[in-house]
Structures are given as structure tokens and as C-alpha cells.
Design a binder for this molecule. Structure first.
Ligand SMILES: [Zn+2]
Length: 479
């Protein structure tokens, strides 16, 4: 194999990164990388377990004299997001990534790099390959299907794990550690729909141009939610213009802040209603953050469909959308972070939909808040004769008041770099939450190399930051 990364230490970490970059490893396609890991362990006589979902767990004894120290667990995911530029020819099932370097940063030509989380795999392989002369017993957990719902970590049999401290390697900056993450739950509301022949005048309303973003990591930025703005508009027409909904479609993912929402409605007078819509839009414009500067609303007469929802059904959709609390619901004031949030990510009501789809996603590191969210949404649905299906719940990882591993990290970092690292929680899901739920006394930090633009073809990894993370890990294992 031709290697391109030269001059960074430890050399074998980068060799491993290049080797695994030649193995296609999109989510659900982890068999190849699992084969590689099992072969790697076999060749070195290391205990190795592979499960049905292609998680791989490898154990290495402590170095001479340190065999009886408490073990440490390293963890990261083998799968990557497969995205490419439109003009790039690349088959993610079969083709190796084409790595290149510019300005000390590694990237893949035209595709995602998979440093999220290939860097974790490479670091664990370097450790298991004996790069550190002195170390306690080491366990390495390579999980699968992280990017599509944390399925590998969810399925893994944690009884194999003996360690009670874990370094997760799926973070994205070399000067910080993550010490907590949010859990989440998805809630889909359904509602019986009663339709009647169309009457009145048809009006098409479109809300567009919002910035959107990730419903966890960007929820504190104050960006507007297109579905919520549509609800605000519809609620006025409901009160004054004999509104009947025909269709309403907004957002595409439960975990993205919706940027657009489009509704086709019946009103008494399309011209009157359109004027009101545009007036509300001007009110809204004066309230938006700078990120949403491209916000536009249009309201124009449209061809009438055959049917529309009756008045009650229309109310039963517009009212919950109007009153449902979304955005940041609670702050953790002791750390100045979002603690509890909710997104109204998707509304799908097509002309002939048998039922409404209105999708919320709630997040919190505290199980009690997720439970409270379920009850609050259920109460809302009960008011209008609807119901919620709550699903895809995963636990968070709440900030631990006492964490010797966190202390060791801060100590090592401060000694090495003469300044304090940043300690933070994130408002998104991590595999750490699932593992912590299964091993409640697991002491965890999450660290990682500097990555940019993950999940996109512009993904880059700063090579010097990999050296830095390696140095920190080595220092922690020395303690
Ligand atoms: Zn990741």
C-alpha cells in the first residue's frame, strides 16, 4: 500500500488510518472493517469478540508489572457517513477513499473522510499494536451503525466490559473533553382526519429561507422553525378567515430544525387572507436572528383541490402546533448549557393522507425530563382527540459530579499544554449515554482530534491534533 501521511507521530497510528480508509465502511456495511479488526487481533494473539451487528471488542493485558491495575476502555465507531460531491464518481460499497493532504489537514477527494470516527479506530489499533510501552489492561470497543441511530452500542453485550473508566474517541476538538450528552425521544402525533368537498378560495402559503440546523447542537441559536411560523400564520386565519387545511408539508427530519413549510388552505377570501399573511410575515421578520435573514413568506391564490379538512380537524392540527412548546425548554444554569429542548421537525399532511404526521423530538440528559415531555405531548394530543407514538428513546449521560478520569484528563492536559482544557456537555446523543445506562458506574470522558465539516465531503482532520490527542492519552495511561 502507498502511504501519504509522513512526518507525524506515532507513525503507525497514521498507517492504520490509511489502511482502514481503504475499507468501505458506511453504516450497515461494517463486515469488512470487522474482518480487518478480527484478523488484527488474531495476528497479535489478543482476545477478540465480534457480534451479529459487527461490533468488535478486543482486550489486551496490562504491560509487565501493570497487569493487575484497573482496566481502561477505549471506544469509537467503525461506520462513517457516506456523502460525495455531485460530480464525484465513487462507490461507497467497493471503492477505497482517496486521501489527500493540504495545509496539514487530511481530507478525501470528493467524499467524506470518515475521520468521524476512523481516527478512533486508528488510535485504538495503535494502542493495541503496542505503541505504548507502559499501560494498564486495555479494552477496545469498536461499535457499528452509530451514524444511523447508535445501533451498535445499543446492541452490544456490555457484560464483556471489565473496565469502569472509558475514553470515547468520537469528539471533534483537541482542546476539550465532553463530559455529558443529551438523551432523546421521538414522538409522532396522529389524528383522525375528516374531509369535505372543497369550498371557499384556495391559497398557497410558503415559508422559506430559514437557516435550520441540527435540532440539538444548534437549538440554542434562536433560529426560527418553519413549521412553528406556519402554525402562527394559520392560527390567525383560523380565528378570522374560516380556515380549512388542505395540505401542509414542512421539514424532512425529526432532528433538523425545519427551514421550509408549505400549506394549501381554503379561506373565505384569498386576497384578504394573503394580505394578512404578509403582514404577519413582516412582524416575524422583525423578530428573527441574523442567521434567518433570507426568510421569505409568499401567499398566492392556487388551484382548488377536490377536498379539504373540516373545521374541527383543521383546529385539531393548528392548535397543537401553535401551543406546543419548542426550542430551548430549560437551561442548566450551573454550566450555562441547554438542558432540555424540543423540535417540531416534520409535518406531513398530503391531499389524500390517511392520517396526519406531526413529529417532535425532545432531548435532555435527564430521564425525568424526557418522561415529562412524553406526558406533556400526550396531554396536548388528548385535548384534540389525537395520540402520540413515542419511540426511538435513548438515554443521556448526565454530568457526573465526581469523575477521577475527568480529573486525570484535566491534570494531564494542563501539565502538557500549560492551560486548562475546555470541559463541556453537548446537547446531542452519543454512544456514551447508552453505555453509561448499561454500566452506571462507568466513568467517561469523550475526546478527539480536530475535525471540520463532518458528514460532508468537506470533512477534514488536522494531523497535528492527532499527535496531540495521542500524547494526552499516553499521559493519562502513565498515571
Ligand atoms: Zn461520530
Amino acid at each position: 500500500m502507498q502511504y501519504i501521511i509522513e512526518g507525524y507521530k506515532p507513525a503507525r497510528l497514521f498507517r492504520f488510518f490509511e489502511e482502514i480508509s481503504a475499507i468501505p465502511r458506511g453504516s450497515r456495511n461494517e463486515a469488512g472493517i470487522a474482518d480487518y479488526l478480527v484478523e488484527f487481533a488474531k495476528a497479535r494473539g489478543l482476545e477478540c469478540h465480534r457480534d451479529a451487528i459487527e461490533n468488535v471488542f478486543i482486550r489486551m493485558p496490562g504491560s509487565a508489572g501493570r497487569e493487575h491495575e484497573p482496566a481502561i476502555l477505549f471506544q469509537g465507531h467503525t461506520d462513517m457517513v457516506c456523502e460525495k460531491n455531485n460530480d464525484t464518481v465513487h462507490n461507497f460499497e467497493t471503492d477505497p477513499l482517496k486521501l489527500a493532504i493540504a495545509d496539514g489537514k487530511l481530507y478525501a477527494e470528493g467524499t467524506t473522510l470518515g475521520a468521524d470516527d476512523g481516527i478512533a479506530v486508528a488510535i485504538m489499533l495503535a494502542i493495541l499494536d503496542g505503541e505504548l510501552e507502559s499501560h494498564p489492561p486495555v479494552e477496545c470497543l469498536f461499535t457499528s451503525q452509530e451514524e444511523i441511530g447508535l445501533h451498535g452500542a445499543d446492541a452490544f453485550d456490555c457484560s464483556l466490559i471489565r473496565a469502569r473508566r472509558m475514553i470515547n474517541l468520537d469528539s471533534e476538538s483537541d482542546n476539550s473533553a465532553i463530559v455529558g450528552c443529551a438523551g432523546g425521544i421521538r414522538s409522532d402525533m396522529s389524528l383522525p382526519l375528516t374531509r369535505m368537498p372543497f369550498a371557499g378560495e384556495a391559497l398557497r402559503i410558503e415559508v422559506k429561507g430559514l437557516m435550520g440546523g441540527h435540532s440539538g447542537e444548534n437549538i440554542h441559536l434562536g433560529r426560527a422553525n418553519a413549521n412553528k411560523l406556519m402554525a402562527r400564520i394559520l392560527n390567525v386565519l383560523l380565528a378570522e378567515d374560516d380556515l380549512h387545511l388542505c395540505t401542509c408539508v414542512g421539514g424532512s427530519k425529526d432532528n433538523a430544525i425545519p427551514r421550509e413549510c408549505c400549506a394549501l388552505v381554503s379561506v373565505r377570501s384569498a386576497a384578504d387572507a394573503a394580505a394578512k399573511v404578509l403582514a404577519i410575515a413582516e412582524d416575524i421578520r422583525g423578530e428573527l436572528v441574523a442567521d434567518d435573514a433570507n426568510f421569505t413568506v409568499t401567499a398566492a391564490p392556487a388551484a382548488a383541490p377536490a377536498v379539504m379538512l373540516d373545521t374541527d380537524t383543521t383546529r385539531h392540527i393548528v392548535l397543537p402546533m401553535t401551543v406546543a412548546a419548542i426550542g430551548v425548554l430549560a437551561m442548566n444554569h450551573s454550566v450555562g448549557m441547554v438542558e432540555y429542548s424540543r423540535n417540531m421537525g416534520v409535518i406531513r399532511l398530503e391531499e389524500n393522507s390517511p392520517s396526519l404526521r406531526l413529529v417532535f423530538s425532545s432531548r435532555s440528559p435527564k430521564e425525568s425530563q424526557l418522561t415529562a415531555s412524553i406526558r406533556e405531548l400526550d396531554a396536548l394530543a388528548a385535548l384534540v382527540g389525537g395520540s402520540f407514538n413515542h419511540h426511538s428513546r435513548y438515554p443521556g449521560w448526565d454530568y457526573a459530579p465526581v469523575s477521577p478520569l475527568r480529573d486525570a484528563y484535566i491534570d494531564a492536559y494542563t501539565r502538557l499544554y500549560g492551560e486548562q482544557p475546555i470541559i463541556k456537555s453537548i446537547h446531542a446523543g452519543l454512544e456514551c449515554g447508552l453505555l453509561k445506562a448499561k454500566i452506571p458506574d462507568l466513568d467517561i470522558i469523550a475526546i478527539g482530534a480536530n475535525l471540520e465539516n463532518i458528514h460532508s465531503p468537506a470533512e477534514k482532520m488536522e494531523l497535528a491534533s492527532c499527535e496531540k490527542i495521542w500524547t494526552i492519552i499516553a499521559a493519562i495511561l502513565e498515571m
